[in-house]
Structure formats: C-alpha cells, structure tokens
Write a protein that binds this ligand. Sequence first.
Ligand SMILES: N[C@@H](CCC(=O)N[C@@H](CS)C(=O)NCC(=O)O)C(=O)O
Length: 370
Amino acid sequence: MPARHQHYGWLVSPYSAKTRAYLSWKGIPFDDIAPSALRMYFSIRKAVGKVIMPTVRTPGGSWLQDTSDIIDALELEFPSPSTVPPGPRQRLASLLLELHGDEWLPILGMHTRWTIPANEQFARAEFGRYGFPWLPGPLQQRMAKPMADKMASYLPVLGVSAETAPGIEAFGRSLIHQLDTHLSEHPYLMGGRPCLGDLSLFGPLWAHVYRDPGSRHWFDEAPAVEQWFERLLSPDPSQRGQFLPDDDVPDSLTPLFHTLFAEQFPFVEKLVDAIDGYCEAHPGATRVPRSLGNHEFTIGGHTGTRRLITFSQWMAQRPLDLYGSLDSDQRASVDEWLRHIGALEPMQLKISNPFVRREFTMGLRAPAGS
Ligand SMILES: N[C@@H](CCC(=O)N[C@@H](CS)C(=O)NCC(=O)O)C(=O)O
C-alpha cells in the first residue's frame, strides 16, 4: 500500500496538469509518478479498465480516475482549504469553466501540439522518454510511435482541420488575451484561490500550448497568464487567499462565457439531442456508445465538423445539476448573473437521459425509456 497518494501522469498530459496543480495547491502529500508504458498497459489498465492518465492511487489502495472524480473525492477527504467557492454564482461559473477547459480546450491544445512541427517532434520525444525510460533515445521514440500516432489521430475527431485551424488560433489567442486582462487584476479566476475552472483551463493551456516549444510565444504578451502558471505550478501556502466576497464573478471573465455559450454550448445541445435520440431508439439501453457520429461546430467563427463524444454530456451535467439544485434565493442571484452574461436561456437545457459513472465506466442513470 502506498504511504502517500500516488499521482500517475506525464508532464505532457493536460489532464494530469489539472490534478497535479490541485494536489499541490491543496498541500496533499503525493508522489508524482510518470508511468511507463508497461505500467500503463498492465497495472493501470487492470485497475481502471483502460490506458489513461491521470490516475491516483490512495494510501488505502483504491484507485481514482477521471480528473473530476479525483478532485471531487479528494475534496471530500481534504475539505480545507477548499477549492469550491461558497456562493452559487462562483460555483456555477467554476463548473462551466471546467466544462470549457476539459471538453473544448483540447481542440486548441491538440491543434498546437500536432500541427506545429516543433511541437509534434517535442511531444513524440516526450512520449518516448516517459513511456520507455530504460531504452536509448531513438528506440524510445520508435516504441512510443503507436501511442503518439493514436493521439495525433484524434485531430479530425476533435474537429481540427484546415478549415477550422484559423478559427482555433483566433479562439486560442483571444482566450489568452482575455485571461491576461483578468489575471492582471486577480491572482485566480474567482479571486485569491484557484477553483476547478482555473485547474481545467490551466491543464491544456500550460501542458500543451505553453510547455510545447513551438507555441510558447503565444504567451509573449500575456505576462499575467505566465505568473498564474507559476502560482499553479509552485503554490506558496503562505499566499493562499480567499474567493472574492459577495459571490462576485468578475466581469473580466464575461468574454470567456460569451465564447463558451456562443460556440461550445450549441454543440453540447446537439450532443444532448443525439443522446436523447439514441435512447428513444433503444429503450432499455443502460449505456450509450462513446460517440454518435459527427456534427457541425464553430470555433473562433470558423465552422467544421467534430465527433459527438457522449462523455461530454456528463461534464455538462455538472453545472446543469448544480443549477437545478439551487433554492429560490440562490436561483434569483444566479439568474441575475446569467442574464448579465446572456446565458439564461441556454442554461435551461434539460438532460432527459443523464449519465452516471460507476466503476470507471459511464452508464445511463436509469435505463432508456424507464
Ligand atoms: N476526462 C478524462 C480525460 C483523461 C484523458 O483523456 N487523458 C489523456 C491524456 S491527457 C489520455 O490518457 N488519453 C488516452 C487515450 O485517449 O487513449 C479526465 O478528466 O481524466
């Protein structure tokens, strides 16, 4: 049994950056382990059913997988200092930004990693170095080629194409600029301490766009974003602040929400429709396929197609469930903010066939049609 929490993830992995930053900021003692390919394909796959990172093994010997589940479980075990804002507006804003970071920013990160030659070269070497540390350099890369090729093959799945590339770049550059404006006023998104939204945006922005050498210059004019990276990479416990008072979601974040609701949310709505259609056609189904065909989407004003990955509904349920659980006073306060950012109507989205994760697999909360 490990004495401390063990975190398995590579530095090139954006989702691992999310959980590593969480563990570090919380001050939870942990061993940060870069799993070799052997460990990934044997012990990790055996424990959680697939080859994936990050995973966490607790001192009690149980395994956690999926960054949201890892953080939710650890937040229950180590409630203080909390990364969950106390007020409903900030909490909802944080979950929406988690949805954005986890399910939309991979379009940006995968674009910069696998279409900029210097980044691809760097990533392939990193995959070899972590996957096969006992082999000599050239052999490492050859052995890691299937893993790297698999990641690169996700580009059309995510919607990265010649048509969307200018939009993805416009989206990425304006996100970095908007964050820089916000972070020159506040240490984190909601004030003096990070929330899930910080961790989820940090993952792909740092592990892909910033750490990969061919796109780091995107941050040349974003010093406040670089300082935010530093704070999340090496948190100073004496600098732990509080969330902003009065449940305030700073207006400097409004442009991020405008983009989220203008471009990501319509795709989430299509996905929910597709899942409902599948459930109607398959009464009694207890699971839904991993993907349900392709659909049009828009990013940075450019349109392409991407796969409807059903997992994203589960991430969308997190803010929608919170919204549905508010009492009337909280609801009034949240609605006032939603109206301000122009998102009151989309947030009324109903999930008729919600998902639940059991034993590391996604299923329907109740059989379809029941
Ligand atoms: N939703 C998952 C995503 C994790 C994920 O996709 N991890 C990537 C590395 S950053 C991976 O292991 N992918 C393996 C694959 O897709 O085959 C989470 O939050 O943990």
